[in-house]
Design a protein around this ligand. Structure first.
Ligand SMILES: Nc1ncnc2c1ncn2[C@@H]1O[C@H](COP(=O)(O)OP(=O)(O)O)[C@@H](O)[C@H]1O
Ligand SMILES: [Mg+2]
Length: 253
């Protein structure tokens, strides 16, 4: 029993082993395009990781597989100690609901709901709190992202930066161990983007939430502890491995 607990504590938050993604050609139905080619990757709790690379290199596909939204064609994906590669859609949804947050480039708020309802909904769906508690938590999180004065606004009444702050409050309200974000500043102007970046790292530090961010934004990538460069479905550079190699060479000149 104590060994199991120890193993769980030491296991990486996210562990990818030889992950390959192939997609079928929509018209011929034949398997022909390999998007990801045998990726190995380990990410720890609290780590902040930027995934960079040219458009079409496979970043969003990789993020979707890491977050359990999509499945690899081959290989293993362990998220929060769970073997995602062996789980069906409902089981993966349960893993996502317990410890995984998402933020997207286009915010993806529900347009018919107010800001506080958007943040409250996933809390209500988790069934862990009463409706009243969910609304209190949602209000607290909107206050934390500086939107206490916008609780009953609908997404169309909010600016892009405000909508992204609602999306961040919604993700963090569920106390995720890891937050996945695909181009979170992609639709924002520079100043608003900077506010969002500061907010993500503040919450990363306060909550020890891992951040895994796909980004073209150099400022955002620079703030991360680690940068992983993807090209044509392969990891061509990982700053963590580069640092480890450099210090090994320093130790054995
Ligand atoms: N479901 C799919 N079916 C066919 N091709 C896809 C699919 N998803 C992505 N692709 C292709 O795979 C490549 C990588 O896509 P993506 O992961 O979105 O790249 P990135 O996010 O780095 O721009 C692109 O060439 C894209 O057109
Ligand atoms: Mg993409």
């Amino acid at each position: 029993m104590s060994n199991q607990v120890e193993h769980k504590q030491q296991a990486p938050l996210l562990d990818l082993k030889q992950v390959t993604k192939r997609v079928k050609n929509a018209t011929t139905g034949e398997e022909e395009h390999t998007i990801l080619q045998g990726l190995d990757l380990h990410i720890k709790l609290g780590e902040s990781v930027a995934i960079v690379g040219a458009s079409g290199s496979g970043k969003s596909t990789l993020l979707g597989i890491m977050a359990g939204l999509d499945q690899a064609s081959k290989g293993e994906v362990w998220l929060n100690g769970k073997p995602m590669h062996t789980l069906d859609e409902d089981e993966r949804a349960a893993v996502r609901a317990d410890g995984v947050g998402f933020v997207f480039q286009n915010f993806q708020l529900l347009p018919a709901l107010t800001a506080v309802e958007n943040v409250s909904l996933p809390l209500e769906m988790s069934g862990q709190h009463s409706l009243k508690q969910c609304r209190i938590l949602a209000t607290e999180w909107l206050n934390k992202v500086g939107l206490g004065h916008r609780l009953t606004h609908s997404p169309t009444q909010l600016s892009g930066g405000e909508q992204q702050r609602v999306a961040i409050a919604r993700a963090f309200a569920c106390q995720p161990k890891v937050l996945f974000a695909d181009e979170p500043t992609g639709n924002l102007d520079r100043n608003t983007g900077k506010y969002i970046i500061d907010l993500l790292f503040e919450l990363n530090q306060q909550n020890n939430t891992s951040l895994v961010l796909v980004t073209h934004d150099e400022h955002l990538a620079q703030r991360c502890q680690r940068t992983i460069h993807i090209d044509d479905g392969k990891i061509i550079a990982d700053s963590l491995l580069a640092q480890a190699n450099a210090s090994a060479q320093g130790a054995n000149p």
